[in-house]
Design a protein around this ligand. Structure first.
Ligand code: DC
Length: 208
């Protein structure tokens, strides 16, 4: 079986781009686990529910279908907030566990999220915790929104990001934190290529 590579970190730290490139380089499948929580949040909004309503969110997590991950409405402020809300519910996290483990069991994988190295695959041979300053992450997210033609305000983007970090880190269920054996990669001063080179070197060293 191929290796499992766990990439965790806060929102907009560049984990997705890095994880996707690592997966391509190493010939492994890639799973963006944030999409699972986003899709569950969306299913809750679809029925007019509140993302922190435990019964509704757990029911949505249990009926999640892989096709839901291809929805086009999983990004943006409403989806961000709904995902972060359902992600704090232990029953939702439990319902999504088998999907994540099953995905990688087929032959290794690169997975990115918040608790991959701490909860989903605590024995993964290579773990990265990818981070950057809140200001830099907000700037990147703002640029991304502007590139999509959205009229975003930098201060609001930073405020939303900090609120989401706070919720993801302060929750009791699988809070965002680096695994003890994770390599911490701060990308604040790195462009995408430099971050990729540093990540690949760290992963190769761990797998050697
Ligand atoms: O990575 P992302 O921004 O797409 O994640 C969306 C939300 O889901 C985020 O607020 C944290 C949560 N999440 C989580 O709790 N655990 C994961 N493994 C992935 C995401």
């Amino acid at each position: 079986m191929g290796p499992i590579i766990a990439i965790d970190g806060p929102a907009a730290a560049g984990k997705g781009t890095l994880a996707r490139r690592l997966a391509a380089e190493l010939g492994l499948p890639y799973l963006d686990t944030g999409l699972l929580y986003r899709a569950v949040g969306r299913l809750v909004l679809d029925v007019g529910g509140n993302p922190s309503d435990v019964a509704i969110a757990e029911a949505a997590a249990r009926r999640l279908d892989p096709a839901d991950l291809d929805r086009s409405d999983l990004r943006g402020p409403a989806a961000d907030a709904a995902a972060s809300g359902v992600a704090a519910i232990p029953g939702v996290r439990a319902a999504l566990l088998d999907f994540q483990r099953g995905f990688a069991a087929r032959g290794g994988a690169v997975l990115d999220g918040r608790d991959i190295g701490t909860v989903i695959f605590p024995d993964a041979p290579a773990k990265l915790f990818v981070t950057a300053s809140p200001q830099e992450r907000a700037r990147r997210r703002w640029l991304e929104l502007r590139t999509k033609g959205e009229d975003a305000d930098l201060a609001t983007v930073e405020q939303d990001l900090r609120a989401r970090d706070e919720r993801d880190s302060a929750r009791a269920a699988a809070p965002l934190r680096p695994a003890a054996d994770a390599v911490v990669l701060d990308t604040s001063a790195l462009d995408a290529d430099a971050a990729f080179r540093a990540a690949l070197a760290a992963v190769r060293e761990k797998l050697a």
